[in-house]
Design a protein around this ligand. Structure first.
Ligand SMILES: Cc1cc2nc3c(=O)[nH]c(=O)nc-3n(C[C@H](O)[C@H](O)[C@H](O)COP(=O)(O)O)c2cc1C
Length: 320
Protein backbone atom coordinates (compact mmCIF):
# COMPACT_ATOMS: atom_id res chain seq x y z
CA UNK A 1 0.00 0.00 0.00
CA UNK A 2 1.21 3.54 -0.77
CA UNK A 3 2.30 5.64 2.15
CA UNK A 4 -0.41 8.14 3.11
CA UNK A 5 2.29 10.78 2.69
CA UNK A 6 2.82 9.97 -0.98
CA UNK A 7 0.96 11.88 -3.68
CA UNK A 8 -2.69 10.75 -3.86
CA UNK A 9 -3.97 9.09 -7.02
CA UNK A 10 -7.27 10.98 -6.84
CA UNK A 11 -9.70 12.66 -4.45
CA UNK A 12 -13.28 11.85 -3.54
CA UNK A 13 -14.33 15.24 -2.24
CA UNK A 14 -11.75 15.98 0.43
CA UNK A 15 -10.85 12.30 0.86
CA UNK A 16 -7.50 11.33 -0.63
CA UNK A 17 -7.20 7.96 -2.33
CA UNK A 18 -3.82 6.33 -2.88
CA UNK A 19 -3.78 3.55 -5.45
CA UNK A 20 -5.72 2.63 -8.55
CA UNK A 21 -7.39 -0.72 -7.86
CA UNK A 22 -10.26 -1.10 -5.41
CA UNK A 23 -12.11 -4.18 -4.17
CA UNK A 24 -15.70 -3.92 -5.48
CA UNK A 25 -18.56 -4.13 -2.99
CA UNK A 26 -19.89 -7.69 -3.16
CA UNK A 27 -22.69 -8.93 -0.99
CA UNK A 28 -21.55 -12.13 0.71
CA UNK A 29 -17.89 -11.57 -0.18
CA UNK A 30 -16.60 -8.09 0.67
CA UNK A 31 -17.23 -8.51 4.38
CA UNK A 32 -14.76 -7.27 6.99
CA UNK A 33 -12.47 -10.35 6.87
CA UNK A 34 -11.95 -10.28 3.10
CA UNK A 35 -12.13 -6.52 2.66
CA UNK A 36 -9.51 -5.80 5.30
CA UNK A 37 -7.15 -8.39 3.78
CA UNK A 38 -7.54 -6.90 0.30
CA UNK A 39 -6.93 -3.44 1.68
CA UNK A 40 -3.71 -4.61 3.36
CA UNK A 41 -2.56 -6.06 0.02
CA UNK A 42 -3.13 -2.80 -1.83
CA UNK A 43 -6.84 -2.26 -2.54
CA UNK A 44 -6.91 1.55 -2.49
CA UNK A 45 -9.96 1.88 -0.25
CA UNK A 46 -12.75 -0.22 1.28
CA UNK A 47 -16.41 -0.48 0.24
CA UNK A 48 -18.73 -2.45 2.48
CA UNK A 49 -21.35 -4.85 1.14
CA UNK A 50 -24.62 -3.04 0.46
CA UNK A 51 -27.05 -2.53 3.34
CA UNK A 52 -30.77 -2.00 2.93
CA UNK A 53 -31.93 1.43 4.13
CA UNK A 54 -35.08 -0.07 5.63
CA UNK A 55 -33.05 -2.44 7.83
CA UNK A 56 -30.81 0.40 8.93
CA UNK A 57 -33.76 2.51 9.94
CA UNK A 58 -35.60 -0.34 11.69
CA UNK A 59 -32.77 -2.33 13.21
CA UNK A 60 -29.61 -0.25 13.13
CA UNK A 61 -27.82 -2.24 15.84
CA UNK A 62 -28.35 -5.52 14.00
CA UNK A 63 -26.64 -4.06 10.94
CA UNK A 64 -23.52 -3.09 12.90
CA UNK A 65 -21.36 -6.05 11.74
CA UNK A 66 -21.81 -5.04 8.10
CA UNK A 67 -20.49 -1.58 8.96
CA UNK A 68 -17.50 -2.71 10.99
CA UNK A 69 -14.15 -1.52 9.69
CA UNK A 70 -10.60 -1.06 10.91
CA UNK A 71 -8.95 2.35 11.03
CA UNK A 72 -6.30 0.92 8.69
CA UNK A 73 -9.00 0.36 6.06
CA UNK A 74 -9.68 4.07 5.58
CA UNK A 75 -10.87 5.52 3.27
CA UNK A 76 -14.02 3.50 3.91
CA UNK A 77 -17.29 3.82 2.00
CA UNK A 78 -20.39 2.31 3.60
CA UNK A 79 -22.82 1.35 0.85
CA UNK A 80 -26.59 1.59 1.25
CA UNK A 81 -29.57 1.08 -1.02
CA UNK A 82 -33.28 1.72 -0.98
CA UNK A 83 -36.19 3.15 -2.91
CA UNK A 84 -37.75 5.66 -0.56
CA UNK A 85 -35.86 8.97 -0.61
CA UNK A 86 -36.69 9.96 2.96
CA UNK A 87 -35.80 6.50 4.26
CA UNK A 88 -32.45 6.44 2.45
CA UNK A 89 -31.62 9.88 3.87
CA UNK A 90 -32.54 8.72 7.38
CA UNK A 91 -30.46 5.58 6.91
CA UNK A 92 -27.50 7.64 5.68
CA UNK A 93 -27.66 9.89 8.75
CA UNK A 94 -27.57 6.80 10.97
CA UNK A 95 -24.66 5.34 8.99
CA UNK A 96 -22.84 8.65 9.45
CA UNK A 97 -22.64 7.93 13.19
CA UNK A 98 -20.28 5.03 12.36
CA UNK A 99 -17.81 7.62 11.01
CA UNK A 100 -17.19 6.35 7.47
CA UNK A 101 -15.21 8.55 5.09
CA UNK A 102 -17.81 8.23 2.35
CA UNK A 103 -21.42 7.09 2.00
CA UNK A 104 -22.14 5.29 -1.26
CA UNK A 105 -25.54 4.56 -2.75
CA UNK A 106 -26.09 1.46 -4.84
CA UNK A 107 -27.88 2.28 -8.10
CA UNK A 108 -26.64 -0.81 -9.87
CA UNK A 109 -27.89 -4.01 -8.23
CA UNK A 110 -29.84 -6.06 -10.82
CA UNK A 111 -31.30 -8.64 -8.39
CA UNK A 112 -35.06 -9.07 -8.84
CA UNK A 113 -35.58 -8.82 -5.09
CA UNK A 114 -34.06 -5.31 -5.15
CA UNK A 115 -35.11 -3.98 -8.54
CA UNK A 116 -38.79 -4.92 -8.27
CA UNK A 117 -39.48 -2.18 -5.73
CA UNK A 118 -37.38 0.44 -7.52
CA UNK A 119 -34.03 0.19 -5.70
CA UNK A 120 -30.58 -0.69 -7.13
CA UNK A 121 -30.59 -0.32 -10.90
CA UNK A 122 -34.39 0.04 -10.56
CA UNK A 123 -33.75 3.62 -9.47
CA UNK A 124 -31.98 4.42 -12.74
CA UNK A 125 -35.46 4.32 -14.33
CA UNK A 126 -36.51 7.30 -12.21
CA UNK A 127 -33.92 10.04 -12.88
CA UNK A 128 -35.92 12.71 -11.04
CA UNK A 129 -35.85 10.56 -7.93
CA UNK A 130 -32.08 10.13 -8.27
CA UNK A 131 -31.77 13.92 -8.44
CA UNK A 132 -33.98 14.41 -5.38
CA UNK A 133 -32.17 11.72 -3.41
CA UNK A 134 -28.71 13.10 -4.09
CA UNK A 135 -29.75 16.71 -3.51
CA UNK A 136 -31.08 15.71 -0.10
CA UNK A 137 -28.20 13.40 0.80
CA UNK A 138 -25.51 15.88 -0.10
CA UNK A 139 -27.31 18.66 1.81
CA UNK A 140 -27.80 16.48 4.89
CA UNK A 141 -24.33 14.92 5.13
CA UNK A 142 -20.91 16.33 5.87
CA UNK A 143 -19.08 13.42 4.20
CA UNK A 144 -18.80 12.83 0.44
CA UNK A 145 -21.70 10.93 -1.10
CA UNK A 146 -21.01 8.69 -4.10
CA UNK A 147 -22.96 6.29 -6.29
CA UNK A 148 -22.38 3.02 -8.04
CA UNK A 149 -24.29 2.76 -11.30
CA UNK A 150 -24.73 0.48 -14.33
CA UNK A 151 -25.26 1.13 -18.03
CA UNK A 152 -28.98 1.14 -17.29
CA UNK A 153 -31.52 -1.20 -18.84
CA UNK A 154 -31.46 -2.78 -22.28
CA UNK A 155 -34.31 -0.47 -23.38
CA UNK A 156 -32.91 2.54 -21.53
CA UNK A 157 -29.12 2.85 -21.39
CA UNK A 158 -29.33 6.19 -19.57
CA UNK A 159 -25.97 6.03 -17.79
CA UNK A 160 -24.83 9.40 -19.12
CA UNK A 161 -27.98 11.18 -17.97
CA UNK A 162 -27.79 9.56 -14.53
CA UNK A 163 -24.08 10.32 -14.21
CA UNK A 164 -24.70 14.00 -15.05
CA UNK A 165 -27.63 14.17 -12.62
CA UNK A 166 -25.45 12.68 -9.89
CA UNK A 167 -22.68 15.18 -10.47
CA UNK A 168 -25.09 18.14 -10.62
CA UNK A 169 -26.64 17.06 -7.36
CA UNK A 170 -23.41 16.87 -5.44
CA UNK A 171 -22.09 13.32 -5.87
CA UNK A 172 -18.35 13.31 -5.21
CA UNK A 173 -17.51 10.29 -7.40
CA UNK A 174 -19.15 7.53 -9.39
CA UNK A 175 -18.25 3.88 -9.73
CA UNK A 176 -19.53 2.57 -13.04
CA UNK A 177 -20.16 -1.11 -13.77
CA UNK A 178 -20.58 -1.02 -17.53
CA UNK A 179 -23.21 -3.73 -17.95
CA UNK A 180 -26.99 -3.42 -18.31
CA UNK A 181 -29.44 -4.81 -15.80
CA UNK A 182 -30.28 -7.60 -18.24
CA UNK A 183 -26.63 -8.57 -18.67
CA UNK A 184 -26.37 -9.21 -14.96
CA UNK A 185 -22.77 -10.36 -14.61
CA UNK A 186 -22.43 -11.95 -18.07
CA UNK A 187 -21.39 -10.72 -21.47
CA UNK A 188 -18.84 -8.00 -21.95
CA UNK A 189 -18.56 -4.77 -19.99
CA UNK A 190 -18.70 -1.71 -22.28
CA UNK A 191 -15.47 0.13 -21.57
CA UNK A 192 -16.30 2.74 -24.27
CA UNK A 193 -19.28 3.83 -22.15
CA UNK A 194 -16.96 4.25 -19.16
CA UNK A 195 -14.67 6.45 -21.28
CA UNK A 196 -17.70 8.50 -22.35
CA UNK A 197 -18.82 9.14 -18.77
CA UNK A 198 -15.29 9.86 -17.66
CA UNK A 199 -14.98 12.53 -20.33
CA UNK A 200 -18.35 14.08 -19.54
CA UNK A 201 -17.78 14.53 -15.79
CA UNK A 202 -15.40 16.48 -13.59
CA UNK A 203 -15.79 14.19 -10.58
CA UNK A 204 -13.77 10.96 -10.54
CA UNK A 205 -15.19 7.93 -12.29
CA UNK A 206 -14.08 4.49 -11.13
CA UNK A 207 -14.36 1.98 -13.97
CA UNK A 208 -15.71 -1.50 -13.29
CA UNK A 209 -16.32 -4.70 -15.21
CA UNK A 210 -14.05 -7.40 -16.61
CA UNK A 211 -10.86 -6.43 -14.80
CA UNK A 212 -9.30 -9.84 -14.21
CA UNK A 213 -5.54 -9.31 -14.12
CA UNK A 214 -3.06 -6.57 -13.15
CA UNK A 215 -2.65 -5.97 -16.90
CA UNK A 216 -6.41 -5.29 -17.16
CA UNK A 217 -6.07 -2.55 -14.52
CA UNK A 218 -3.68 -0.68 -16.80
CA UNK A 219 -5.73 -1.48 -19.91
CA UNK A 220 -8.96 -0.16 -18.42
CA UNK A 221 -7.26 2.99 -17.15
CA UNK A 222 -5.69 3.62 -20.56
CA UNK A 223 -8.94 2.89 -22.42
CA UNK A 224 -11.20 5.01 -20.20
CA UNK A 225 -8.97 7.65 -18.63
CA UNK A 226 -10.31 6.63 -15.19
CA UNK A 227 -7.93 7.22 -12.26
CA UNK A 228 -8.89 3.87 -10.71
CA UNK A 229 -10.76 0.66 -11.36
CA UNK A 230 -12.85 -1.68 -9.25
CA UNK A 231 -12.26 -5.40 -9.17
CA UNK A 232 -14.97 -7.80 -8.08
CA UNK A 233 -15.05 -11.49 -8.92
CA UNK A 234 -11.42 -11.73 -10.00
CA UNK A 235 -10.32 -10.80 -6.48
CA UNK A 236 -12.08 -13.75 -4.87
CA UNK A 237 -9.38 -16.33 -4.15
CA UNK A 238 -6.89 -13.81 -5.52
CA UNK A 239 -6.44 -10.78 -3.25
CA UNK A 240 -2.84 -10.54 -4.57
CA UNK A 241 -4.30 -8.85 -7.66
CA UNK A 242 -4.18 -5.68 -5.52
CA UNK A 243 -0.41 -6.08 -5.18
CA UNK A 244 -0.09 -6.24 -8.95
CA UNK A 245 0.81 -9.94 -8.90
CA UNK A 246 -0.28 -12.53 -11.45
CA UNK A 247 -2.04 -15.31 -9.56
CA UNK A 248 0.25 -18.01 -11.01
CA UNK A 249 3.28 -16.26 -9.54
CA UNK A 250 1.99 -16.36 -5.94
CA UNK A 251 3.94 -19.05 -4.03
CA UNK A 252 1.90 -21.84 -2.48
CA UNK A 253 3.27 -20.88 0.95
CA UNK A 254 1.76 -17.37 0.59
CA UNK A 255 -1.56 -18.89 -0.40
CA UNK A 256 -1.42 -21.24 2.59
CA UNK A 257 -0.72 -18.34 4.95
CA UNK A 258 -3.51 -16.26 3.39
CA UNK A 259 -6.03 -19.09 3.76
CA UNK A 260 -5.07 -19.44 7.44
CA UNK A 261 -5.36 -15.70 8.08
CA UNK A 262 -8.60 -15.27 6.11
CA UNK A 263 -10.20 -18.16 7.95
CA UNK A 264 -8.92 -16.84 11.29
CA UNK A 265 -10.60 -13.50 10.61
CA UNK A 266 -13.81 -15.25 9.55
CA UNK A 267 -13.93 -17.25 12.77
CA UNK A 268 -13.25 -14.13 14.82
CA UNK A 269 -15.92 -12.16 12.97
CA UNK A 270 -18.73 -14.69 12.59
CA UNK A 271 -17.93 -17.28 15.28
CA UNK A 272 -16.67 -20.84 14.79
CA UNK A 273 -19.54 -22.48 12.95
CA UNK A 274 -20.84 -19.65 10.78
CA UNK A 275 -17.28 -18.46 10.13
CA UNK A 276 -16.32 -21.81 8.61
CA UNK A 277 -19.52 -22.12 6.59
CA UNK A 278 -19.13 -18.63 5.12
CA UNK A 279 -15.43 -19.22 4.43
CA UNK A 280 -16.06 -22.29 2.25
CA UNK A 281 -16.88 -20.30 -0.90
CA UNK A 282 -13.61 -18.39 -0.52
CA UNK A 283 -11.74 -21.66 0.16
CA UNK A 284 -13.18 -23.16 -3.03
CA UNK A 285 -11.82 -20.28 -5.05
CA UNK A 286 -8.36 -20.30 -3.40
CA UNK A 287 -8.14 -24.01 -4.16
CA UNK A 288 -9.46 -23.74 -7.72
CA UNK A 289 -6.97 -21.00 -8.59
CA UNK A 290 -4.22 -23.10 -6.99
CA UNK A 291 -5.24 -25.85 -9.45
CA UNK A 292 -5.98 -28.28 -6.63
CA UNK A 293 -7.68 -31.31 -8.26
CA UNK A 294 -11.46 -31.39 -7.87
CA UNK A 295 -11.71 -34.56 -5.73
CA UNK A 296 -9.25 -33.05 -3.22
CA UNK A 297 -11.14 -29.73 -3.26
CA UNK A 298 -14.38 -31.52 -2.52
CA UNK A 299 -12.79 -33.51 0.31
CA UNK A 300 -11.39 -30.34 1.84
CA UNK A 301 -14.64 -28.40 1.59
CA UNK A 302 -16.51 -31.28 3.20
CA UNK A 303 -14.41 -30.96 6.36
CA UNK A 304 -16.62 -30.88 9.44
CA UNK A 305 -15.00 -27.74 10.79
CA UNK A 306 -12.25 -25.18 10.30
CA UNK A 307 -9.62 -27.13 12.25
CA UNK A 308 -10.13 -30.31 10.22
CA UNK A 309 -9.94 -28.26 7.00
CA UNK A 310 -6.67 -26.57 8.01
CA UNK A 311 -4.91 -29.78 9.07
CA UNK A 312 -5.93 -31.49 5.83
CA UNK A 313 -4.89 -28.47 3.78
CA UNK A 314 -1.49 -28.26 5.48
CA UNK A 315 -0.96 -31.97 4.84
CA UNK A 316 -1.79 -31.61 1.14
CA UNK A 317 0.15 -28.42 0.50
CA UNK A 318 3.22 -29.59 2.40
CA UNK A 319 3.33 -32.63 0.11
CA UNK A 320 3.36 -30.40 -3.01
C1 LIG B 1 -21.76 -12.01 -5.52
C2 LIG B 1 -21.79 -10.57 -5.89
C3 LIG B 1 -22.30 -9.65 -4.99
C4 LIG B 1 -22.34 -8.29 -5.33
N1 LIG B 1 -22.80 -7.38 -4.40
C5 LIG B 1 -22.73 -6.05 -4.67
C6 LIG B 1 -23.05 -5.07 -3.68
O1 LIG B 1 -23.39 -5.39 -2.52
N2 LIG B 1 -22.97 -3.76 -4.03
C7 LIG B 1 -22.58 -3.36 -5.30
O2 LIG B 1 -22.52 -2.16 -5.56
N3 LIG B 1 -22.25 -4.26 -6.23
C8 LIG B 1 -22.30 -5.58 -5.95
N4 LIG B 1 -21.89 -6.48 -6.89
C9 LIG B 1 -21.34 -6.01 -8.18
C10 LIG B 1 -19.83 -5.81 -8.12
O3 LIG B 1 -19.50 -4.75 -7.25
C11 LIG B 1 -19.25 -5.50 -9.52
O4 LIG B 1 -19.88 -4.34 -9.99
C12 LIG B 1 -19.49 -6.62 -10.52
O5 LIG B 1 -19.17 -7.88 -9.97
C13 LIG B 1 -18.65 -6.37 -11.79
O6 LIG B 1 -17.30 -6.37 -11.51
P1 LIG B 1 -16.35 -7.63 -11.87
O7 LIG B 1 -16.54 -7.90 -13.37
O8 LIG B 1 -14.97 -7.16 -11.54
O9 LIG B 1 -16.81 -8.78 -11.04
C14 LIG B 1 -21.87 -7.85 -6.60
C15 LIG B 1 -21.36 -8.79 -7.49
C16 LIG B 1 -21.31 -10.12 -7.15
C17 LIG B 1 -20.74 -11.11 -8.15
Amino acid sequence: MDSPLSFPTFHIGRILVHGDAILAPMDGFSDWPFRSLCRSLGSAMSYTEFIKAEYLVRAFKRMAPRMRFDESERPVAIQIYGEDVEEVVRAALLVRTKDPDIIDVNLGCPAKSVVHYGAGVGMMRTPLKVARLFRKLTAALDVPVTAKIRLGWQDCRNYLLIARILEENGAAAIAFHARTKEQGYGGEADWDAIAEVRQALRIPVIGNGDVKTPGDVERMKAHTGCPAVMIGRAAVGNPWIFSGLERESVPVESVRRMVHEHLRRNLEFYGQEKGWIIFRKHAMQYLKLQKTPRPIRVRLIQSANAQEFLSLLDEIWTEE
